[in-house]
Design a protein around this ligand. Structure first.
Ligand code: NAD
Length: 490
């Protein structure tokens, strides 16, 4: 096992860290087992990483717990400067990190570079928030005392992240946790652990003290996360992943009443009214659908296009999807990378077949591409029935499913007819209508004439079964704080 990672650009696979990162040290799992990390563009093993047991995870919790007191007592300015240094180091290593993300996740270099900057920005943003965690003071209505309200670090946090944004989903949690004065154990997805490990080296280089951030990778996420949640030293779970796993973790967190932040699945509607700027709507559709090859919680799942513009919009979208060059993410010519694994390819084929059986027409693409990697053709379906599985389930791939609508009331009902509520997109030139419809979307976020909304300075999160809590903005740091009220008489 190579434990001494050397950061370099371009990426050097031989120098990647492959151990567990506990108490600032690299080590093997106690059982000595490993997990293969696969390149989804060809199915080859990139490298193997240590597979953590429950005992390893408990050591990581103990390490975070030991570091907690002194990190919480570290001056906010000092914490802020360390976070700022994390931001700078990520930007200095942008190309190497982007190559690594492309290699293990499959997304294009362009998307990976965008992710590195987005991920790094959480450190810059929360470096600024760390020194602005203001409380409140007021006089009790009776006049008998003062009411002082403080935000204190909640304690040791367990952070569980998915494979689709290996850098950003982790930094969106680590940066506010550290800013608030919490220490943490990150459990990244086993499909894409390398980015998290390389970043751990950067944090150390930036001055994050040993034990403040620990990283454990495991093939046994159920038992490992359950054991951590059952440990009374753990006070916070911040999870990003599927709604199904989120529900399980909420049940498990109930045993110790651990505070939970949940960023779960989405089923985003993208509404195009007849009066929309067609160029802007198609451009926004490509970003909202095809960023990350469709493997994003914010990716459009259901296109609702008003009947007057439906034909023109579909034709333009087909034209753009047809032109996309599909290939390995790290090939600079690629515009759409592979899916994460073989299961994803089979799942998407099932969704297309079901939609076709219920009347949808395939305008372009429609199935997997030949070859060793997990490639699926960029696909556009029209005439998709709201009763199709593809309308109800998260697609998580390069398929645009189009349904036509007639009236504003109809489309609001259609758009909200889902258990999810992460994000909605609305395109219209009529700002009054845009605001009216945006306000009626039952989702935590709306892109009005925009295909991209993610911003570390804005509160990211969903309603209904898309989650609990918000990440980013000022809200993000409060997720890692406990509110302390002190009644004072002086
Ligand atoms: P997933 O739910 O399968 O896995 C997420 C994480 O949970 C991984 O680290 C995984 O190892 C772990 N995990 C799986 N089963 C577990 C269990 N029983 N106990 C504890 N941990 C467990 O999701 P995924 O396939 O990695 O990611 C895709 C999903 O993530 C999509 O549903 C997507 O919408 C969602 N997502 C949401 C956001 C958001 O901000 N709302 C962002 C990105 C991805």
């Amino acid at each position: 096992m190579n434990v001494a990672a050397k950061l370099s650009t371009p990426l050097s696979v031989a120098s990647l860290p492959t151990g567990l990162f506990i108490d600032g040290q690299w080590r093997a799992g106690t059982e000595g087992k490993n997990i293969d990390v696969i390149d989804p563009s060809n199915g080859d093993v990139i490298v193997s990483v240590a597979d953590a047991t429950v005992d390893d995870a408990m050591e990581a919790i103990a390490s975070a717990h030991r570091a907690a007191k002194s990190w919480a007592a570290t001056a906010p300015r000092k914490r802020s400067e360390i976070l700022r240094r994390c931001f700078e180091l990520m930007i200095e290593n942008k190309d190497m990190l982007a190559e690594l993300i492309s290699l293990e996740n499959g997304k294009t270099l362009n998307d990976a570079q965008g992710e590195v900057v987005y991920a790094a920005e959480f450190f810059r943003w929360f470096a600024e928030e760390a020194v602005r965690l203001n409380g409140e003071i007021s006089t009790a209505p009776s006049g008998a005392n003062k009411i002082i309200v403080q935000h204190q670090p909640i304690g040791v946090a367990v952070l569980v992240t998915p494979w689709n944004f290996p850098a950003a989903m982790a930094t969106r949690k680590i940066a506010p946790a550290l800013a608030a004065g919490c220490t943490c154990v990150l459990k990244p997805a086993a499909e894409t652990p390398l980015t998290a490990l390389v970043l751990a080296n950067l944090y150390k280089q930036a001055g994050v003290p040993d034990g403040a951030v620990n990283v454990v990778i495991t093939s046994q996420s159920g038992p490992v996360v359950r054991a951590m949640l059952n440990d009374p030293r753990v006070r916070k779970l911040s999870f990003t992943g599927s709604t199904e796993v989120g529900r399980t973790l909420l049940r498990e967190a109930a045993a110790t009443v651990v505070s939970c932040s949940m960023e779960l699945g989405g089923n985003a509607p993208f509404i195009v009214f007849d009066d929309a700027d067609l160029d802007a709507a198609v451009e926004g559709a490509m970003v909202a659908k095809m960023r990350n090859g469709g493997e994003a919680c914010t990716a459009v799942n259901r296109f609702y296009v008003q009947s007057g513009i439906a034909e023109a919009f579909s034709a333009r979208l087909v034209e753009r999807m047809k032109l996309l060059k599909v290939g390995a993410g790290y090939d600079p010519k690629s515009q759409c990378g592979p899916l994460i694994n073989r299961n994803a390819v089979e799942r998407l084929s099932g969704l297309v077949n079901d939609a076709r059986a219920k009347g949808a027409k395939v305008l372009v693409g429609g199935g997997p591409l030949d070859g060793k990697g997990y490639f699926f053709a960029p696909t556009v379906l029209s005439g998709v029935s709201p009763n199709s599985r593809i309308s109800a389930e998260e697609i998580f791939g390069p398929i645009a499913a189009i349904t036509t609508f007639d009236t504003e009331d109809d489309v609001i009902d259609l758009a909200n007819a889902t258990e999810y509520g992460l994000i909605s997109y609305v395109y219209t030139r009529d700002l009054a209508r845009g605001m009216r419809v945006s306000e009626q979307m039952d989702s935590g976020m709306v892109g009005l004439n925009r295909g991209l909304v993610s911003d570390p300075a804005a509160p990211f999160g969903g309603t209904k079964q898309s989650g609990l809590g918000r990440e980013g903005a000022h809200h993000g740091i409060l997720e890692f704080c406990e509110t302390k009220y002190i009644a004072v008489t002086w």
